[in-house]
Design a protein around this ligand. Structure first.
Ligand SMILES: Cc1ncc(COP(=O)(O)O)c(C=O)c1O
Length: 367
């Protein structure tokens, strides 16, 4: 089906920066700079600067960033790691694949971990906590860092959905031992394939990530330090991402503008909850514009039928899949979210007319 307002338009995004991308493609390919060359180093430096950390290490995916962070945190068999019940499954899988056990905690009205429920989930086995900054909103890092200090826990931020988001003026991904990033194509900073990174102020973590991403080998000396992986960010992707990073501040402004238009156009609909929260100190970047209603399924069908493509993140909680063997301790907010949310188109490709059309269509449903 061809939508009047598609959820994302990667070809349009490419056309917006075609000259720069084509030039980078030509440069990288004509020099044969494919693995760990200048473009990767340059992107890592610029990413670290943007986030506000000393180091950034380019990896193959957000999952790899989380997995390597778990290893750097020293998570091993028997260790528990606190993760939100409402997140992408990769957050929990990284814990499991490091040998740990995810202990899930429900989320609050802003879709991020409910900081009032963290302490009751801590046991003597708890090693770390992974707050997830969902939908472009940084978690309450003030409360989380206080709890982590009190119980001596390592904090690894799953910031995969929040590049540029801040809490009390500091960017998400710069609070904990490590920040984990995904450059999956439809992320706020998306590549043309998979990509990811770790940001950190800890030279030990940065060094470990650099070794683990390339089979445990120190490339300068040839010494092997770990049984590692092959999971580095390709030089070509790094070149593309570096270009997009330069556009990111403007693209974040545009996302905020779209969010403001949605707010203005929809805030009087009583049956609809919008993703604008009255808590000072948070600056969201709206990776996703998530709206919430008890009529979610009817609204989703109506929007699709009328040419507005929407997505649902996620219709079923990840812990409810039997094969994953995760403990459901009772997460009422997550359950309700899975029944009630849908995401409206939110990207830098859509124009104001398309935003107006989405607003008009949502309004006509509730009329
Ligand atoms: C919250 C969250 N965590 C982790 C990931 C994993 O990132 P990737 O798909 O790059 O492995 C994603 C992205 O899909 C995500 O949204």
């Amino acid at each position: 089906m061809i939508y009047k307002v598609p959820f994302v338009e990667p070809t349009k995004n490419y056309r917006m920066i075609k000259n720069e991308i084509d030039a980078a493609f030509f440069e990288v390919l004509s020099k044969g700079d494919l693995i760990m060359r200048g473009q990767l180093k340059q992107f890592e430096e610029n990413l670290a600067k943007f986030v506000g950390t000393k180091y950034a290490v380019g990896l193959n995916s957000g999952y790899d960033a989380l997995h390597i962070s778990m290893l750097a945190a020293g998570v091993k068999n028997g260790d528990e790691v606190i993760v939100p019940a409402h997140t992408f499954v990769a957050t929990a899988s990284a814990v499991v694949n490091a040998g740990g056990t995810p202990v899930l905690v429900d989320v609050g009205k802003d879709y991020n971990i409910d900081v009032t429920k963290i302490e009751e989930a801590i046991t003597p086995k708890t090693k770390a906590i992974i707050p997830v900054h969902l939908n472009g909103r940084v978690s309450d890092m003030g409360a989380i860092m206080t709890i982590a200090d009190k119980y001596n826990l390592v904090v690894v931020e799953d910031a995969c959905q929040s590049l540029g988001g801040t809490f009390n003026g500091k960017r998400g991904g710069a609070f904990g031992m490590a920040g984990c990033w995904s450059f999956y194509p439809f992320k706020i900073l998306g590549g043309y394939g998979d990509g990811g990174a770790i940001t950190t102020n800890d030279s030990r973590v940065a060094k470990m990530a650099r070794l683990l991403r390339y089979n445990g080998e120190d490339r300068e000396t040839g010494e092997y330090y770990y049984h590692g992986f092959t999971c580095l960010l390709d030089n070509l992707q790094a070149a593309f991402l570096d270009i997009k990073l330069r556009h990111l501040p403007d693209w974040i402004k545009r996302r905020r503008k779209i969010a403001a238009l949605y707010k203005e156009g929809l805030e009087d609909i009583e049956e609809l909850k919008l993703p604008h929260f009255d808590t000072p100190g948070f600056e969201d970047v709206y990776q996703n514009y998530v709206i919430r209603t008890s009529k979610r399924d009817e609204l989703a069908n109506y929007l699709k039928k009328n040419g507005v493509e929407i997505l649902i993140h996620w219709p079923k909680p990840y812990y409810s899949y039997k094969a994953l063997e995760l403990k459901d301790r009772g997460f009422p907010e997550t359950e309700a979210i899975c029944r009630e949310v849908l995401s409206l188109p939110m990207n830098v490709e859509i124009n104001d007319k398309q935003v107006e059309y989405v607003i008009k269509t949502v309004r006509s449903f509730f009329k």
